[in-house]
Design a protein around this ligand. Structure first.
Ligand code: BLA
Length: 257
């Protein structure tokens, strides 16, 4: 369902950047779950180049039961621009959740004016996909912009309207990167290093995918995938474990996985 999104992103990044593959451990790179009709394959790719410190994306193909395309672009620490965050999910073709955002590193007014306000026009042209849905897992005020695409979409508009928004956001993101001035002051760079690290920590602790990964690929694998690949600058914290356990249980009872 989201393979054309992956293809578009791949074409764009290979056209624009001189990418170096960043290898990941074999068992994290690709994993297959064989659970009768709940089988699924998860595969991930990761690159870097001089402007982008880490560009990763993951596809989960579980037939009609589940389709996911997830990606994060981390600019080099010389740029204070937001991260590009993409999370496109489909469960049974009925529950299709799409999220695309320029994820801000900072929340002050100058930053908003410089990097978030310029998103407004683009956002307003996709107001049908900006549904102001409440967030259960994340805090909408932290690492999300107010101009994010966040929608529950009917499957028939995924290849059309959602794809259109995806292309516009991705293109605009790369333009923003092209126009950005690299910072050189060590204190500026240190602030960015810390903010990107904090993003990983926050995301690893909140990510609603943990239950899903555990149910398909097991708890151990889920932890490794989160902390060794998706958010590798995060460190596991004890308090997250209990919350995850209860989430995994409610996830299993809700989905039967
Ligand atoms: C929600 N993301 C979700 C959900 C799942 C995932 C299972 C809950 C869906 C539901 O409501 O039924 C899945 N997240 C994943 C997967 C990966 C992952 C499979 O990281 C990794 C492969 N999430 C991101 C990024 C963004 C993001 C980069 O990983 C930014 C655009 C956003 N996902 C996001 C948001 C929600 C979500 C805003 C809704 C969460 C909420 O309600 O708080």
């Amino acid at each position: 369902m989201y393979k054309p999104f992956q293809k578009h992103l791949e074409e764009e990044i290979h056209r624009r950047f001189d990418l170096q593959p960043m290898p990941l451990p074999d068992d994290l790179e690709r994993q297959v779950s064989e659970r009768g009709k709940n089988s699924a394959t998860i595969q991930s790719w990761c690159y870097s180049c001089s402007q982008l410190r880490k560009l990763r994306y993951t596809y989960i193909d579980g037939g009609t039961a589940i389709q996911v395309f997830n990606s994060v672009i981390y600019p080099s620490h010389h740029y204070d621009i937001p991260l590009l965050g993409i999370d496109l999910l489909s469960f049974n073709r009925r529950r299709n959740v799409v999220v695309i955002d320029f994820q801000p590193l900072f929340r002050d007014a100058d930053y908003q004016a410089k990097y978030i306000e310029p998103m407004r026009k683009m956002y307003e042209s996709f107001d049908d996909l900006a549904q102001n849905l409440g967030m259960k897992f994340y805090d909408a005020n932290q690492y999300f912009s107010k101009y994010l695409i966040f929608a529950k979409a009917e499957a028939d508009i995924v290849p059309t309207r959602v794809m259109e928004a995806f292309k516009v956001y991705v293109n605009k993101y790369f333009l923003m990167l092209e126009e950005a001035t690299p910072l050189t002051e060590p204190s500026d760079i240190q602030r960015i290093v810390q903010a990107q690290k904090d993003y990983d920590q926050y995301s690893a602790e909140r990510d609603p995918a943990h239950g899903l990964f555990s149910s398909y690929f097991g708890h151990e694998w889920a932890e490794r995938f989160l902390y060794e690949f998706l958010f590798e600058d995060a460190r596991p914290v004890e308090t997250t474990v209990g919350r995850r356990r209860s989430y995994a249980i409610s996830y299993r009872s809700a989905t039967g996985h």
